[in-house]
Design a binder for this molecule. Structure first.
Ligand SMILES: Cc1ncc(COP(=O)(O)O)c(C=O)c1O
Length: 383
């Protein structure tokens, strides 16, 4: 069950009727197992929902909205689960907190643990982790465990370490608080749409928790009696790590693990730890899976940057790439949600440098005005 076993006495009065400034995800405390509003020091959740005019026009999708999860303490949706798990770890007086990660969970946990004062041990694959993200983890004082194996091996090692040492696991599929925290993004989207659901939602999939939790959040709104349906959810995987796409197409809830080959490190998971729940969740919504190649993800990063001013990392732009893959399907005015889950500011390797120019000039106005790029833009105005 994707809720991790938590259930509530669902009723409309679990939904807050107003927001206090700075509340973020704690606004939904009545639908969360723990309330960190007075104990968690970083501001998490309450991210913007963009209605990007230029992107809408370019794609001819007038109902497109982008949930901008890059506006989070460490620039990814992982900060929600980090917050709830750390509140729990504090309560339990955990001696240390642990995660395995493709990069963003570890960066998020490193920052959150620093803020609350718990030692963090973050396990990553030394072969696929972004060196820039490792620098971030270390900046926050975490101990980075570089594992000589893929992400899945790092995950298993971190779980074994928790078992031996009695440390607290924030692992995505092991800690039931993770989907509880991540479901809040669905609550926010619904509230930001004026208490309405999108028709369809594109969600990137690595382990599958982000997607399963989004669906859980939508379903809880229905159970509370404030929404009448869930959106159709499309799970987006990178073509180089797409075991669930194949399983879904074959109507199976099991998949054949693959070796991950994609630059989208956040979703570079060949054997997802929450895959079954993600497959079941997509099926319940009447949705589907789609895979997108690295070039399509690169194009989506560039498009988000130049048409929305939003810089996403590859995994963060994958959902838009999925929506682009479905371009041409009649959408009309339908509200189409894209989750932008991670910022491009943490790893400069994937910046879409081709979008703009860098021009070199001497410190001289006449030379500047004579530069072909400037003269072309200025027309006759400078002569
Ligand atoms: C930016 C980004 N988007 C999407 C995902 C996928 O989330 P999940 O592993 O919950 O499927 C990740 C996972 O690390 C990520 O970092």
């Amino acid at each position: 069950m994707s809720s991790g076993g938590y259930t509530y006495q669902y009723a409309p009065d679990l939904i807050p009727d107003r927001t206090e400034p700075g509340e973020g995800m704690w606004r939904w405390r009545r639908l969360l197992p723990l309330d960190g509003s007075s104990s968690y020091p970083l501001r998490v959740g309450g991210t913007p929902l963009l209605a990007p005019a230029r992107l809408r026009a370019e794609l001819d999708l007038p109902g497109l909205v982008v949930k901008d999860e890059t506006r989070s303490p460490t620039g990814s949706n992982k900060d929600r689960a980090t917050a709830l798990c750390l509140v729990d770890a504090l309560r339990r007086r955990a001696p240390a907190i642990v995660c395995a990660s493709t990069g963003n969970v570890a960066a998020s946990l490193s920052a959150g643990a620093a803020a609350v004062g718990i030692p963090a041990y973050v396990f990553v694959s030394k072969h696929t982790v972004s060196p820039h993200k490792v620098d971030l983890m270390r900046s926050f004082g975490a101990t980075v465990v570089l594992v000589d194996g893929p992400y899945e091996a790092a995950y298993r090692l971190s779980e074994a370490a928790c078992e031996r040492l009695g440390w607290y696991s924030r692992n995505t599929a092991a800690n039931p608080l993770v989907p509880q925290a991540k479901k809040t993004v669905a609550f926010e989207v619904w509230a930001q749409l004026g208490h309405a659901m999108p028709e369809v939602a594109y969600v990137p999939v690595g382990d599958g928790v982000t997607l399963a939790a989004f669906v859980l959040g939508c379903e809880e709104l229905v159970r509370c009696g404030v929404a009448d349906r869930v959106p159709r959810v499309v799970g987006v995987q990178a073509s180089g790590a797409a075991p669930l796409v194949r399983a879904f197409a074959d109507g199976r809830l099991e998949w054949t693990p693959v070796e991950s080959h994609t630059f989208a490190d956040g979703i570079g998971v060949g054997d997802p730890f929450y895959g079954r729940q993600a497959l079941e969740a997509v099926r319940r919504t009447g949705g589907e899976f789609v895979d997108v190649g690295d070039d399509a993800i690169r194009a989506a990063i560039a498009l988000l940057a130049r048409s929305c001013g939003l810089l996403a990392e590859p995994a963060g732009a994958a959902a838009l790439a999925g929506a682009l893959a479905h371009r041409g399907r009649p959408a009309g005015e339908a509200c189409v949600l894209v989750l932008a889950t991670g910022t491009g500011l943490k790893d400069h390797r994937w910046l879409p440098r081709g979008s703009g120019l860098a021009i070199e000039v001497p410190p001289d106005v006449a030379a500047f005005l004579a530069h072909p790029e400037v003269a072309a833009r200025a027309g006759g105005a400078c002569s």
